[in-house]
Write a protein that binds this ligand. Structure first.
Ligand code: CP3
Length: 347
């Protein structure tokens, strides 16, 4: 099947389909026993990411089990700072750890010279997945957005209040702009390499967009993501891009109006009727089942999923969660959700 005929691509090009395509953020991961087994064999999470055979296998696991309409490359947003020269490790129960950037001297030591060499295993994984994916399944490449990636680089890991990152952005905006520009350049180049290896759709994750006030959202989330998409589009105008400025509230209106992207990812807090009337006339939408409803299952899950389908299924739409699958999720519930979405028909 040609890329243009795949359900995900058709929805992103603005088609309202008889039933929307479905894939789920973090569809590969610890909720799957076959993932846990391979991770134990690989040794660590980063060994999974940088070994193309393992990364291909983990990407395909949820496709085999559930028949999603799209596969998402198995990797992590933090391979970009890693390839720029930062130290990165993942510790059990603590999430990612980096040696935090402290000043302009640290910033000046980040460099692109080894960038694509270090990321070569990721590109090999993209090609490997593309070669083995079922004909109708689309392949999504991805990267983190500059604001979210910068926050990990400055905090040295996950954060509750982003105090160091905000102090840097508010007190030294020119310096923070330099870091943002570097991430724009690196990320655009990374995404273009993923397209050239076989990615058919891209998603930019701005997981912490919701931490920004409105003016900062426009400056540090929307503008850099637009700069990345503009660059990718110069060489690959046909490849659709989904942006996910998670939890940005009424800020979603600014994204929909600027419409530099093809699809907009919604978190679970976005009211469905508001999204339908205010956003969907301008752009394809993706989302937004609460990941905890996928843990709960049963009537709570099926009625919430049906409400999403009945509202947003009236326009160009991709069924997804409002954030990633959590490790506690029973795999049977994922199977039930996929069956429900695939059986639904637009009235
Ligand atoms: O969606 C997919 O199936 C593709 C793979 C994927 C991972 N991370 C694998 C992963 C994607 C798209 C990401 C993106 C990512 N990584 C984001 C943006 C999306 C989001 O969740 O907000 C962020 C913020 C990160 C950074 C990151 N990576 C954190 C904070 C953590 C620790 C949290 C956790 O769940 O342990 C990771 C680790 C990580 N990335 C895991 C997986 C499967 C768990 C690693 C493991 O222990 O096996």
């Amino acid at each position: 099947m040609q890329t243009a005929d795949k359900l995900l691509v058709r929805a992103l090009k603005g088609e309202t389909l008889a039933r929307p395509p479905i894939w789920l953020m973090r569809q590969a991961g610890r909720y799957l026993p076959e993932y846990r087994a391979l991770r134990t064999k690989a040794g660590s999470f980063l060994d999974l990411c940088y070994n193309p055979d393992f990364a291909v296998e983990v990407t395909l696991q949820p496709i085999r089990r559930f028949g999603f309409d799209a596969a998402i490359l198995f990797s992590d947003i933090l391979v970009v700072p890693h390839a720029l020269g930062m130290d990165l490790r993942f510790e059990e129960g603590r999430g990612p750890l980096l040696d935090a950037l402290k000043d302009d001297g640290d910033l000046a030591r980040l460099a692109m010279d080894q960038f694509h060499t270090k990321l070569r295993p990721v590109y090999a994984a993209v090609s490997g997945v593309r070669a083995t994916l079922p004909a109708e399944t689309a392949l999504i490449g991805f990267a983190g957005a500059p604001w979210t990636v910068a926050s990990y680089m400055i905090e040295g890991g996950s954060s509750r209040d982003f105090a160091k990152t905000k102090a840097w952005a508010y007190q030294r905006p020119e310096s923070f702009q330099r870091l943002t520009n570097l991430l724009v350049e690196a990320t655009a180049s990374y995404l273009i390499a993923q397209i050239e290896a076989g990615a058919e759709v891209l998603q930019l994750f701005d997981s912490w967009a919701g931490a920004l006030d409105h003016a900062s959202l426009l400056r540090w989330s929307l503008a850099p993501m637009k700069a990345i998409v503009d660059r990718v589009r110069m060489s690959h105008p046909e490849v659709p891009v989904i942006v996910f400025p998670r939890a940005c509230g009424a800020g979603y209106l600014d994204f929909a109006r600027s419409s530099f992207m093809h699809g907009l990812g919604l978190d679970s807090g976005v009211p469905l009727d508001w999204a339908f009337t205010q956003l969907q006339g301008r752009i394809a939408l993706q989302g937004n089942l609460d990941p905890q409803l996928l843990v709960a299952g049963g009537e709570a899950m099926t009625s919430a999923a049906t409400k999403i389908l009945d509202t947003l299924g009236q326009g160009p739409f991709i069924f997804n969660l409002g954030h990633g699958i959590v490790p506690e999720t029973p795999p049977e519930h994922v199977g039930q959700l996929v069956d429900l979405v695939k059986a639904w028909r637009r009235p």
